[in-house]
Design a protein around this ligand. Structure first.
Ligand code: OGA
Ligand code: MN
Length: 291
């Protein structure tokens, strides 16, 4: 499994090492700070589509070099201007617990995060996101990635059938009471709403593969299903999709760059001590409406 040539095409210009059977590969021998020609980028993109997430170790990218690499994947998503990174480039954001004058300078500063897909509460969620490690705690703060192709493939056939054509409401503020569900579904017709109904099973536009597209952090309910039935089915799906055999757990080192396909993976974060600096530089790519 740890063979360098496992998913490497014959004339490849870099090595590829699978990280787990279901998801992830480490690309070896690529310098992302250097300009990438189209052929090399094409190979990176193919490997990324196949493995859903790529890890590049020992990279020394500055802000704009990371932006330039991200741009190869598509139009960048802008971040909030309030964040420090946004002042350098509109697509930059720091995921960090760093503080200046007593205030956090970035996003997602502390603690564990449940599995999720970024911006699944919008009409057009992200297609890709990448994090580059600038400072990491000695322990904790690992990021977990799970293949939703593998999770879908492993569903019992009758459940695949039951989910076909079904939508689920994803929401930015999960945990709202039942009384708000109809309101949310209505609100979700606006592209700027922080709540949106998407197919539970989506088809990836590039690979044509089906992926399970719900998550514990943000999926509220299944449209048109009695609440108790929807709650029970979603809980079953969350437990199913978070099984270890679908995952890769990334232990960060300074200089790591990880890019994930946000359409066919979920990610989560383990807790880490607030006493240590954790600083990751993040750039994300706009996506299409899931179908
Ligand atoms: C993100 C995210 C996880 C982490 O940037 O979208 O979920 O490990 N980050 O910080
Ligand atoms: Mn996230």
């Amino acid at each position: 499994m740890n063979d360098v040539q496992t998913v490497q095409p014959a004339q490849s210009r870099f090595g590829l090492r699978r990280l787990t059977p279901a998801i992830g590969a480490e690309a070896i021998g690529v310098d992302l700070a250097a300009p990438l020609d189209d052929a090399l980028f094409g190979e990176i993109q193919r490997a990324w589509h196949e493995r859903c997430g790529l890890v590049f170790r020992r990279q020394w990218l500055d802000d704009l070099q990371q932006v330039a690499f991200a741009e190869r994947f598509g139009e960048l998503a802008s971040t909030l201007k309030a964040y420090e990174g946004g002042k350098i480039h509109p697509a930059l954001m720091y995921v960090t617990n760093e503080k200046k004058d007593g205030k956090y300078v970035g996003a997602l500063p502390d603690g564990e995060m449940f599995f999720h897909s970024d911006m699944c509460y919008l009409e057009r969620p992200l297609s890709a996101a990448m994090l580059f490690a600038i400072a990491v705690p000695p322990d904790g703060g690992n990021t977990l990635f799970a293949s939703m192709y593998a999770a879908y493939d492993a569903l019992p056939p009758e459940l695949k059938h039951r989910l076909e054509g079904r939508l689920a409401v994803n929401s930015y503020e999960p945990g709202y009471g039942t009384s708000n569900v109809q309101m949310r579904i209505k609100a979700s017709s606006s592209p700027t709403a922080h709540s949106f109904a998407h197919p539970i099973v989506r088809t990836h536009p590039a690979t044509g593969r089906k992926a399970l597209y719900v998550n514990r952090l943000m999926t509220e309910c299944i449209v048109g299903m009695p609440r108790a039935e929807s709650d029970a089915l979603l809980l079953w799906l969350f437990d199913h999709q978070e099984q270890p055999q679908f995952q890769y757990e990334h232990r960060w080192e300074v200089g790591d760059l990880v890019i994930w396909d946000n359409r066919c993976t979920l990610h989560a974060r383990r807790d880490f001590p607030a006493t240590h600096l954790r600083k990751l530089r993040r750039v994300a790519v706009k996506g299409e409406r899931p179908v």
